[in-house]
Design a protein around this ligand. Structure first.
Ligand code: BEZ
Length: 220
């Protein structure tokens, strides 16, 4: 299949960047992102379109697990290139059908301004719908982790929560997380950066040493 030339002016924020600022209309009123949810983490996620099947399962997943995001001091913020009127209709439709209520703001990005600012429009996937992006933004508004999924594959809520908890635990304890880390597992302590630190690590029996550069400890 021939790929289209990418003519959409799309910025692609990267991990470590300050999250680009914007004003937006949402299902819970207008927001200015730089003032939004101060002192909280933000998980901002796009979905391709209201009233579509995969999106309905994903939004319902965010809604039913909202208490877990609250417990991690994290504000949810949805987005799609639909009007606020469509968002309201969809929220009400899902509430009527399933009892699940999307109790977090959903941006009506009808002019695609935010989608373009965050690289959510990926024209060889769709020129009119945002892909399934997830931006993990810390309380200083720095982007810490980015996920992009295509239109036909729903995201994994366990992984979104795991990654959020991993970022927060890493910040709190100044450690790194190994493959498949989950809360309660041991964590990786930073490797030595000098020979003195290496010698100290070799003599340190408080950590589980696989080798001098790979050592773990339990946070409990
Ligand atoms: C869906 O959510 O099911 C969907 C949305 C846009 C394109 C394809 C699938």
């Amino acid at each position: 299949m021939e790929l289209k030339e990418n003519t959409i002016v799309n910025s692609m924020p990267r991990i470590g960047d300050l999250a680009p600022d914007f004003d937006a209309v949402t299902t819970q009123g207008k927001i200015k992102f730089s003032d939004f949810a101060s002192d909280k983490w933000i998980v901002m996620f796009s979905h391709p379109a209201d009233f579509t099947p995969v999106c309905t399962t994903e939004m319902s997943g965010f809604a039913t697990r909202k208490a877990e995001f609250d417990a991690l001091n994290t504000q949810l913020l949805g987005l799609s290139i639909d009007s606020v009127h469509a968002h309201l209709g969809w929220v009400q439709n899902v509430r009527e059908n399933t009892g699940v209520y999307f109790d977090f703001p959903i941006i009506a990005d009808i002019d695609m301004k935010v989608s373009k600012l965050y690289g959510m429009l990926q024209p060889n996937e769709s020129e009119t719908a945002a892909v399934r992006a997830v931006f993990f933004i810390d309380p200083s508004k720095k982007i810490r982790l980015i996920m992009y999924y295509p239109l036909n594959v729903g995201r994994n809520m366990n992984e979104i929560l795991r990654a959020l908890e991993a970022l927060q635990t890493s910040d709190e304890y100044k450690v790194a997380m190994p493959l498949d880390w989950k809360k309660g597992d041991s964590v990786i302590v930073p490797p030595p950066k000098t020979l003195d630190e290496l010698n100290a690590r070799l003599a340190d029996n408080s950590v589980e040493k696989i080798d001098w550069y790979l050592a773990k400890k339990n946070l409990n």
